[in-house]
Design a protein around this ligand. Structure first.
Ligand code: IVH
Length: 668
């Protein structure tokens, strides 16, 4: 390779690698496997090795990836959070053993553990209490997610056992057990929300949520695997973890001391298949030198320790043929490509379809119809295409292209800036959008209308009896009874079901409307924040965003929905049919000391982060608002309260209380 060529390729690789890092760490939506990522990285490393002049300080080879986001306060790691070198073959594991032996001058004892597939977390304990929980971030600084980690039941917030040092750090992996993940995705599907690709993404997405109540509702769990500190109980990793277990930490039983590389490799092969029976995902084995002194002697490189390595199991793959691609239009108009494959056996099930996520994915794969493709099943529910075997491509085959028009109604598709998905904007007249919206409206978690299932909705639509949800309430018993497949009894069930639905709670009616980005939880938040649809319709962006978990994306969508005259017409008709869009939503703490109070938080606090303070307000039954207005009950002011807020409060005569006064108030 010539220098010019190497330079060009290195630049390309850096760009691609950064994009994948962004997808992995920030969007939690990786489109390539770790293995493919490592191939890109190692190609770049080879170029940089051959042409050292091409190394740039910001090259991805110089740093670990970053999961930093803007929403959380950042905290520095006392000890940097390194990542691990990856190996994919026993040869490479042996090479690692060889390097260690050479550096130490003897063969040390190793500890083998499973590599849990979740998100790493660093927990700092001070005086027996969980002081901080921080994500890896860029390895030096991470996001302070303490408020969320406190909801993980297996992580002790207080250590009661004796023997633990005054201050220590313990690191581990937060993950979502497979069952919990499946249930969570099933719930999301029933609400028409985007599914998480696998338990790891779901765990990563959850730990970064801004509402700890939602975090608490998801069954996160944690295994701890690394103890750090000034006064550790033992001089080796294994015994330190045993001590941590006696202090109440969850340490896996699947951990083995190995006398040498042969035993290590036996552990690796023993768990290759056995691990699939575990209720959580693992993707490899971590091999660590046991003695802390030996660890110290071996030291670290900039990114990884020299005393530990990961062995990654190959994901299960199969080769098959791409027959066709369906572009499915969902309730909110999202267009999702789904590959139809020649049926093939993969990890015990016959696979006929694979997800293609979006147009980026199709482009990245360079997919043609009739291609031989490699499909992979990791923790994912639906397998994905990871690679195309272009050597087997027949001549003259057509590339798969994303349609420019909606495959159902012909309307030109739209792709919003910064979003990966295309959607059909023909909200009112695109048939699958209409029927899926109506199906959503009647579904169990929305209006819960008995007797109206998917098939009946399709039938009513095809007969021209319904075009929108308001039409449902105009249906007449004899009209329904005269349809084949229905009959008198079903018809009367539907009419009764429709009548009964009139009294559904306000938040379920709101959810039923199917506003883009308004799932069950968001609907509840909105309904709790606005007593009726009239106030919600008039809500400003600021008012919407003052609610927990509501940001510009949701508020824009809500405002757009209510600015559409067709939607207003439907709401008016629903109201005329007897649906009232109002009610008081009782949150868990509807009877708390701050019941009915609207509170504004300003400045920084000693005992709470702002999020923690806001959560405390809600837990006490209060409502958070982002700005001072006539409806503000009081302001909790910390240090550096903004002068504008102070002036506005004085102008409106709104009381300002201190952090201490607030604590007394909620304790009452
Ligand atoms: S030890 C310095 N042990 O794998 C050693 N890591 O790329 C620190 N992981 O960031 C890591 N299971 O999130 C260790 N049993 C285990 C692990 C484990 C999963 C993750 C961890 C780390 C990544 C390495």
């Amino acid at each position: 390779m010539k220098l010019a060529e190497a330079k060009k390729r290195a630049e390309e690789l850096r760009k691609t690698i950064s994009e994948h890092n962004h997808r992995y760490y920030i969007l939690n939506k990786p489109v390539i496997s770790d293995f493919e990522f490592d191939i890109l990285l190692s190609e770049l490393k080879t170029i940089e090795k051959n042409f050292p002049g091409l190394i740039t300080p910001d090259s991805p080879t110089m740093r670990v990836g970053s999961d930093l986001t803007e929403e959380f306060r950042q905290a520095e790691h006392t000890w940097p959070m390194l990542s691990l070198g990856n190996t994919y073959s026993t040869d490479e594991v042996n090479e690692f053993g060889e390097r260690v032996r050479k550096a130490l001058g003897y063969e040390p004892e190793y500890v083998c553990e499973l590599k849990y597939d979740g998100v790493s977390i660093s927990l700092t304990y001070e005086d027996g209490r969980l002081a901080r929980a921080v994500t890896r971030g860029d390895g030096n600084v991470g996001d302070d997610v303490t408020i969320n980690v406190r909801t993980v039941r297996s992580i002790p917030v207080k250590i009661t056992a004796s023997g633990a040092p005054e201050m220590f750090v313990i690191r581990g992996e937060i993950y979502l057990p497979r069952k919990g993940f499946e249930k969570m995705n099933a719930d999301r599907q029933s609400r028409g929300e985007a599914l998480f690709a696998n338990p790891r993404n779901a765990a990563a997405g959850t730990i970064k949520l801004l509402d700890p109540r939602i975090v608490a509702s998801r069954p996160l769990d944690c295994y701890l695997y690394y103890l750090l500190g000034g006064q550790l109980p033992a001089d080796n990793h294994y015994d330190n973890l045993m001590a941590a277990r006696s202090w109440g930490f969850r340490i896996s039983d699947i951990m083995q001391k190995c006398a040498g590389m042969e035993e290590v490799i036996r552990f690796v092969s023993a768990w290759e298949n056995e691990r699939k029976r575990l209720p959580y995902d693992t993707d490899g084995v971590v091999i660590k030198v046991n003695s802390l002194e030996a660890q110290k002697a071996l030291g670290n490189t900039a990114k990884t320790p020299r005393w530990a390595i990961a062995y990654k199991y190959a994901a299960e793959q199969a080769l098959t043929e791409l027959i066709s691609v369906d572009f499915q239009v969902g309730r909110t108009g999202n267009v999702t490509p789904v590959a139809n494959l020649r049926p093939v056996l993969l990890a015990g099930t016959t696979v006929r379809r694979a997800t293609l996520h979006n147009s980026d994915q199709i482009e990245m794969l360079g997919l043609h119809y009739g291609d031989t493709v490699i499909i992979e099943k990791g923790g994912e529910i639906i397998p994905k295409i990871v690679e195309v075997d272009t050597s087997r491509r027949a001549k003259g085959t057509e590339p798969v292209t994303f349609p420019e028009k909606c495959p159902e109604c012909g309307t030109p598709l739209i792709r919003a800036e910064g979003e990966a998905n295309h959607y059909c904007p023909n909200y009112l007249h695109c048939p699958p959008q209409i029927t899926r919206r109506i199906i959503h409206f009647v579904s169990r978690k929305a209006m819960d209308i008995e007797g109206l299932g998917e098939e009946t909705i399709e039938l009513l639509y095809s007969r021209g009896l319904i075009r929108n949800v308001a039409d449902l309430y105009d249906l007449k018993q004899d009209q329904l009874a005269s349809l084949e497949r229905l009959g008198n009894k079903s018809a009367s069930n539907i009419i009764t079901g429709l009548a009964a639905s009139l009294t559904a709670p306000w938040h379920r009616k709101l959810f039923a409307l199917g506003i883009r980005h308004v799932g069950e939880t968001v609907a509840k938040t909105l309904a709790a924040g606005f007593p009726d649809i009239d106030t919600l319709m008039k809500a400003t962006e600021e008012q919407l965003c003052s609610l927990p978990e509501i940001g510009p994306r949701i508020s824009t969508s809500v405002r757009e929905y209510f600015s559409d005259p067709d939607n207003i017409k439907i709401i008016r008709r629903l109201r005329a049919a007897g649906l009232s869009f109002e009610g008081t939503i009782r949150t868990a703490a509807a009877k708390g000391p701050l019941n009915g109070k609207t509170v504004v938080v300003s400045g920084t606090f000693k005992g709470f982060t702002r999020d923690e303070l806001k959560a405390a307000i809600e837990a006490a039954g209060g409502r958070n608002a982002g700005s001072v207005s006539g409806s503000t009950s009081f302001i909790v002011a910390g240090n550096d309260m903004g002068p504008a807020k102070r002036a506005r409060a004085a102008e409106l005569g709104i009381p300002i209380i201190t952090e201490e006064e607030f604590i007394r108030m909620i304790k009452e």
